[in-house]
Design a protein around this ligand. Structure first.
Ligand SMILES: Cc1cc2nc3c(=O)[nH]c(=O)nc-3n(C[C@H](O)[C@H](O)[C@H](O)COP(=O)(O)OP(=O)(O)OC[C@H]3O[C@@H](n4cnc5c(N)ncnc54)[C@H](O)[C@@H]3O)c2cc1C
Length: 467
């Protein structure tokens, strides 16, 4: 992927986030201990932590900080990873999966503590609901036992009635409720993180794309169009934009564009439809939404090719109307999109590729807690030789299939959506059939009771007449 010019606009989800002056580009050759490529959430967390530990750190960002997915997402800080917990266990076993899960929890804690201590102006809205689009109560109980029992995460199972009390739709059945999950304005958090990294001594250069890297030897060479850098450690945190600077790594990530929209204010209609204030995502990974003031923030469609976000406004309106028919026809105030990097196994790429060359990438659609975790792990690896990143070794760099992989990815997404739609339709049909059967049963019982009452009354009259 090519790096677009530095003056391209920064994604701005919120009206009230003022524009900032661009930081200077790297114009003089330098020597540092740690060079971070990419100023998204992952890169800035590594930079802040390495600088806090006293290392000299330079962050090279091709455009502006948070220009990509990190500055343009729904801001839900969720537990775990973007892969289903049973897949994780199937791959590495329960004990290993538990350690990975706890690291991911620590990622969420990192964001919570950073905001509480250093950026208290950023609001944290608690709670996340993972809703099921099918009547899958048994699966829910199994997951509750694993996530709550084995992994020690705070989680509650919600019955259908409770879910439908909070979300007025028949589309959703049971849910897992994570009370410790929370939502933030991630663009604001990212800016705070950049300021904290700079406060700790890191230097951030914007408009400085890394075009090539020579990672052989103790002092590595990083080439940019305007100047070069030498560093003992390079951290590749460029996500899908890393491009030719790390070609082999780039081929292991499939870029997936996710599209989102913010509606116009919806007033009472919205508050009647959705009384839950945390975020909601379905267990198929299709819809993700939350209420922001009296607007709805919604992310759903995905493509493996870049498209203009405004072209998806209609598709998002359709998704909103599908889930909440009472909100059909809502006006969309703005749309946004960004690519995230999807690995073949669904887990992030975290670790040391060769001595002094690190990677923190591939966080998929769940990159807030996991990029914070990766930032901490890698900084600890660089500074203290901590090798907990090896827990991610089973998830190697796997070729993502190039162009054919993207075609297959788009096809698989379509398939998941149709499968989920069919399974949801079947579950709702079963629910309606069960309700109809219940009604029939009630009517039958009522008819029998009425007939019995009539017989009893007739018998009484008969007895009375005989007397
Ligand atoms: C619409 C949408 C909604 C989402 N919602 C959520 C959510 O609610 N919760 C959640 O957990 N996750 C969510 N995600 C996913 C999450 O945003 C990402 O996984 C995460 O932000 C990735 O962070 P990152 O630092 O790895 O990469 P990025 O944010 O992509 O940052 C990489 C940076 O590196 C720079 N770069 C790349 N290559 C170079 C180079 N060669 N030289 C210099 N600079 C370079 C880029 O310009 C970019 O700024 C969402 C994603 C999208 C698109």
């Amino acid at each position: 992927m090519t790096i677009p010019p530095a003056e391209a606009p920064v994604h701005a989800l919120w009206d009230d986030l003022p524009a900032t002056e661009p930081r200077a580009a790297l114009t003089l050759d330098r020597d540092v201990e740690v060079c971070v490529v990419g100023a998204g959430l992952a890169g800035l967390t590594v930079a802040r932590e390495a600088a806090r530990a006293g290392m000299s750190v330079a962050v090279l960002e091709g455009r502006r900080i948070g220009w990509a997915a990190s500055g343009c997402n729904l801001g839900s800080v969720l537990p775990g990873y973007g892969v289903p917990v049973n897949d994780l266990i199937a791959r590495v076993g329960v004990a290993h999966a538990r350690e990975l899960w706890m690291l991911a929890e620590a990622g969420g804690d990192y964001i919570r503590e950073t905001i509480a201590q250093d950026a208290p102006e950023i609001a944290m809205v608690p709670g996340a609901l993972e809703v099921s689009t099918t009547d899958a109560g048994e699966r829910l109980i199994r997951w509750l036992q694993i996530i709550g029992g084995e992994f020690g995460t705070e989680v509650e199972g919600w019955q259908i009635e409770r879910v439908r009390e909070a979300l007025k739709t028949r589309r959703y059945f049971h849910a897992l409720h994570f009370p410790r999950a929370f939502q933030i304005d991630s663009a604001r958090y990212l800016r705070a993180l950049a300021a904290l990294a700079e406060e700790a001594g890191a230097q951030i250069f914007e408009g400085t794309p890394v075009v090539s890297i020579d990672a052989a030897g103790i002092r590595k060479r990083i080439v940019t169009p305007s100047a070069n850098l030498r560093a003992a450690h390079i951290v590749l945190a460029g996500n899908v934009h890393i491009g030719t600077s790390a070609e082999r790594l780039a081929t292991t990530l499939m870029p997936v564009w996710r599209y989102g929209a913010l509606t116009e204010p919806l007033g009472d209609l919205l508050h009647e439809a959705i009384t839950y204030r945390g975020s909601v995502h379905d267990d198929d990974g299709i819809d993700h939404f939350r209420v922001v003031g009296d607007r709805l923030l919604w992310a759903s469609p995905e493509t493996t090719w870049e498209n203009k976000p405004e072209r998806f406004a209609r598709a998002i309106r359709r998704r909103i109307a599908t889930v909440f028919p009472q909100l059909a026809g809502v006006a969309i105030a703005r749309t946004f999109a960004s690519p995230f990097g999807q690995t073949v196994h669904g887990m992030p790429q975290i670790g040391e590729l060769r001595q002094g060359l690190w990677v923190a990438s591939g966080f998929g659609r769940q990159g807030l807690n996991t990029s914070a975790m990766a930032g901490r792990l890698i900084a600890d690896g660089v500074v203290n030789g901590d090798d907990r990143w090896r827990l991610f070794s089973p998830f190697e760099l796997v070729w993502a299939g190039g162009r054919a992989g993207r075609i297959a990815g788009q096809f698989a997404d379509g398939l998941t959506r149709s499968r989920s739609a069919a399974a949801g339709a079947l579950a709702r049909w079963r629910e309606r059939a069960a309700a109809r059967e219940l009604l029939r049963e009630e009517r039958r019982s009522a008819r029998i009771a009425a007939a019995q009452a009539r017989t009893a009354r007739a018998a009484q009259h008969f007895d009375a007449d005989r007397r």
